[in-house]
Each structure stands twice: as structure tokens, then as C-alpha cells.
Design a binder for this molecule. Structure first.
Ligand SMILES: Cc1cc2nc3c(=O)[nH]c(=O)nc-3n(C[C@H](O)[C@H](O)[C@H](O)COP(=O)(O)OP(=O)(O)OC[C@H]3O[C@@H](n4cnc5c(N)ncnc54)[C@H](O)[C@@H]3O)c2cc1C
Length: 452
């Protein structure tokens, strides 16, 4: 078996992993990033927009790596930047494929070593520390030793293999449902906006209470990368006739920075566990089979979509929620909703708590009036002293997770994990021994936002 030695190994190249790997390498560490796919970006390459760079009061709460990422996309004509949204505070549409290219650019510039098409297969742990991991792909097995390992798999795969404690979903077996993203092309958005103007009942005022005024046809006309959420009357009528193709009460789509295209975020599978390969296998099949039915529904019932065609399908189903790794600290929703920003804050989150029901219809939402801080030790495993987390598997309770799961928060936490890991390596310390005020100083120098 081939053997490698690195300072830091990051498993998973999604928003959390990219930010962690690039930040650690920029700080001078020797970093290896392992990704099972043939592209980087994770869910960022699926057509999803960034949400809530701005808080409810319109203040920017995420800067640093995530803002740099958007600036570079915008300079390349692959994003419109941040736009106001009465529902999500701000949305930032990004070109799904250009985002993947930018991830490679940034990784290359920073000098991150890459292993693509490699999946983590085991971890060797001794005396409460990971000594090495084995990754495999194409019949090759590679063992990698490092000082610090960062789990950015989204699903806590490394933590589980290393024997660290994790928590799944809401603790009672329910996890937010997955969605396979796909893009439709050939859409006449002007016609769609005219339809919404004539049918305001298709907007979601009566089912959701945290949408500010102004979520209307005029907003959709004005906003280049809007998110549409609605059509519940249409779905209700189709359900009455037994013709509703999906187990949910609204349609969501995102207007893409690609002419005539929308990314459809509407497929739903219930009672699904994204960390179980049987559920994933069945889920990929069921999700793909929903696409033609949904296309048919759009063509037949949604003005502006009559001539739509299937432009692309994301490479795999998007898992909203599975495992989180238990950290030395766990952020509670009481602290999140209270907008607490403790002294050891290393990233902010101003997005509302947004929990899609994994066992039926409905979405649970709670506004975040003041952005809350993510404490540093939510990024450090309580069980394995050289294991850190970046992305959606950080240590927060299941309700707080409804807010921290968004991609720019994953990047902000990833940036903090990467910087802290590099500091620990250069100072010969464990992650829990890193001076948090010094870490915050470094993050502020990198234009991270830690208070408002
Ligand atoms: C359908 C859906 C809609 C969403 N809507 C939005 C939205 O509109 N805006 C928003 O900001 N957020 C949204 N989210 C949430 C957000 O996309 C995710 O929470 C976020 O991408 C998590 O980032 P991550 O880096 O932790 O994980 P991911 O983006 O999942 O990336 C994890 C990476 O790790 C790799 N990986 C996983 N396991 C292994 C392994 N064992 N070995 C090697 N590599 C591995 C994966 O291939 C992937 O590249 C949505 C999520 C879903 C699923």
C-alpha cells in the first residue's frame, strides 16, 4: 500500500472542506484533500444559491473565504453577488459548474495536494488520536498519516470510523429529507412572473409566517437570481386528483445565472438516512424517477415552463442532514435563538432555523433576530483529540443545525477549522490547545466577520 505523510488531511471537498483545506495551506501547512467525486464543491456544484450572507437587519454576517469565493465568481460572470430576498434575507445565485472550477483554482493556487476519486475506507486510532486513514479508489489503497484530520464529509464518516461519538438527525431517527437537484432549461421567466402577478395565491403567505412583505411578482422580475417558493394551491389540487408527483406542499426553484435555466429543489424522499448505503441506493433510483413526473407537472401546469427541457441532473442526491460529530462544545438552539456571540466565536450565522420535515409535509422555521456565534470548540471532537470538523457535521444541536447547515456558514466554520489546524501544527499543539483569541485575530485579518 502506498503511504503518505501530511500535516493535515481534509476528507471531503464540499464548502466546509474546501475552505478548511485552502485556509490551512495558505497558512503554510502541508495539506491533503481527499474527495470521492471527480469534482470539488459538494452541494455547491448542484445549482443551490448561498443564503443569508445578510442578517434580518441587512448586515453582512459572513466574510472571509466565502466572500472571496463570491467575489471571484462575480468577477468571472458566474454570480450576481448578494441580492435582497424577503424570505432568505439575501440570496447569492452561483453558476454550479463554474463553482466547481473555482474550487480547483483555489486549491491549486494554495498548493493543496489532491486525491480525487478516493473514498475514506478506514481510520486507525490509538490513545484517543487518529494515527492514519486509508482511502481507496480504482483498486488503489493509500494510507495517510497526519497530525490533524478534518472531517468535512458532511456525514461524519471519518468520525464514525475513528470511533468518535456522533448524533443523527433529531435524535429520534428523523432526518431532514434529501433532494436530487436538477436544472430545467427553456423557461420563459417573464411569462412566469406575469402568471404569479395574476395568481398571488400561489405565493406562500398563508403557510409561512417569516416572509417579509414584497415577496411578489415585482420582486421576481427585479431579482436576477431569485428563489421561488410556492405553488401550494397547484400541488393541493393535483393531490386531490391523485396526480401530485411529490410528497411536499410547495415547489422550490432557483433562477440560475444561466439564461432560461432554473435549478429545481423539489424532489422529496421521506424517512431517509443519508448515511446508509441502502437508503442512498434506493433514494438515487426513486429521486431520478421523480424527475420526468416533475417535468411533466411544470410543463402542464406552470406558465412559462411549457417548453422546458432537462438541462442537467446533479451527480448524486443531496443529503440535507445525517450525522453530526459531538464536539467539546455543542451549540444549543437556546443560545442560537438568543443571538449569543460568545468570546470564542469563530463564525457567525444569521440564517433562520429551517427544518424540512423528513417524515411528512411541512417546514419548521424560527427567525434568528440577531446573528449567533459558533464557538471554536464546536469544531473539535470531544473524543478524538486530533479530529476537527468543517461543514454541516459540526457540533450543534438538531434545531441549530437547521440554520448552520447553509453553505456560507459551512465555509466560515471550515475557514476557522483550517486556520486553527494550521496553528496547532506549527505550534506543536492539539486543536483544543489553540489560543482562540489569536485564532480570531488571524480570521479577522482574513476578513472573516465575528461580530456585527
Ligand atoms: C437539497 C438541498 C438543498 C439545500 N439548499 C441550500 C441552499 O439553498 N443554500 C445553502 O446555502 N445551503 C443549502 N443546503 C445545505 C448545504 O448545501 C449543505 O449543508 C452544505 O453543502 C454542506 O457542506 P459540507 O461541506 O459539509 O458538505 P457537502 O456539500 O455535502 O460536501 C461533502 C463532500 O465530501 C465528499 N465526501 C463525503 N463522504 C466522503 C468520503 N467518505 N470520502 C471522501 N469524500 C467524501 C462528498 O463527495 C462532498 O464533495 C441544501 C442542501 C440540500 C441537500
Amino acid at each position: 500500500m502506498e503511504r503518505l505523510e501530511k500535516d493535515i488531511v481534509v476528507i471531503g471537498g464540499g464548502p466546509g472542506g474546501i475552505a478548511a483545506a485552502v485556509t490551512a495551506a495558505r497558512a503554510g501547512a502541508e495539506v491533503l484533500l481527499v474527495e470521492r467525486n471527480g469534482y470539488l464543491g459538494g452541494q455547491l456544484g448542484s445549482g443551490l444559491p448561498f443564503l443569508a450572507f445578510w442578517d434580518l437587519k441587512g448586515r453582512q454576517v459572513i466574510g472571509g473565504f466565502a466572500q472571496e469565493f463570491v467575489d471571484r465568481l462575480q468577477a468571472a460572470g458566474a454570480s450576481y453577488g448578494h441580492e435582497y430576498c424577503p424570505h432568505h434575507q439575501s440570496t447569492t445565485a452561483v453558476h454550479p459548474y463554474y463553482s466547481r472550477i473555482l474550487c480547483f483554482e483555489m486549491v491549486k493556487e494554495a498548493g493543496v495536494d489532491l486525491l480525487m476519486h478516493c473514498e475514506l475506507s478506514s481510520a486507525r486510532t490509538e490513545a484517543g488520536q487518529i494515527r492514519s486513514v486509508v482511502v481507496s479508489g480504482k483498486g488503489q489503497r493509500i494510507e495517510i498519516s497526519a497530525d490533524i484530520f478534518i472531517d468535512a464529509t458532511g456525514d461524519g464518516d471519518l468520525a464514525v470510523l475513528a470511533g468518535a461519538e456522533t448524533e443523527k438527525g433529531n435524535g429520534q431517527g428523523v432526518m431532514q429529507p434529501p433532494t436530487l437537484m436538477f436544472n430545467l432549461g427553456g423557461i420563459d421567466f417573464d411569462k412566469f412572473c406575469d402568471f404569479i402577478e395574476q395568481h398571488p395565491e400561489e405565493l406562500p403567505y398563508d403557510v409561512l409566517d417569516n416572509i417579509e412583505e414584497g415577496y411578489n411578482a415585482e420582486f421576481f422580475r427585479r431579482t436576477k437570481g431569485f428563489i421561488f417558493l410556492g405553488m401550494h394551491h397547484m400541488l393541493e389540487k393535483l393531490r386531490e386528483k391523485g396526480e401530485c408527483p411529490v410528497d411536499r406542499e410547495t415547489v422550490i426553484f432557483i433562477r440560475q445565472p444561466i439564461p432560461g435555466e432554473a435549478a429545481i429543489n423539489t424532489i422529496r424522499l421521506l424517512n431517509f438516512d443519508g448515511s446508509d448505503v441502502r437508503d442512498l441506493s434506493n433514494g438515487e433510483m426513486e429521486a431520478h424517477l421523480q424527475i420526468p413526473k416533475l417535468m411533466e407537472m411544470f410543463r402542464k401546469h406552470v406558465p412559462g415552463f411549457e417548453n422546458c427541457y432537462l438541462a442537467s441532473v446533479n451527480s448524486s442526491i443531496g443529503v440535507r442532514e445525517s450525522r453530526r460529530v459531538k464536539g467539546i462544545k455543542m451549540l444549543s438552539h437556546e443560545d442560537a435563538v438568543a443571538g449569543k456571540r460568545p468570546e470564542d466565536t469563530v463564525a457567525l450565522c444569521g440564517y433562520f432555523i429551517d427544518i424540512h420535515n423528513g417524515a411528512g409535509e411541512g417546514t419548521y422555521r424560527v427567525s434568528i433576530e440577531e446573528p449567533f456565534g459558533i464557538p471554536y470548540l464546536c469544531l473539535v471532537s470531544k473524543d478524538i483529540s486530533n479530529l476537527m470538523m468543517a461543514g454541516r457535521d459540526i457540533s450543534v444541536d438538531p434545531v441549530t443545525f437547521g440554520a448552520t447547515r447553509i453553505m456560507n456558514v459551512c465555509m466560515a466554520a471550515g475557514q476557522a477549522a483550517g486556520e486553527a489546524a494550521a496553528m496547532a501544527v506549527s505550534e506543536g499543539k492539539l486543536p483544543k490547545e489553540v489560543d482562540v483569541q489569536e485564532l480570531r485575530k488571524h480570521l479577522l485579518e482574513q476578513k472573516a466577520i465575528l461580530d456585527v
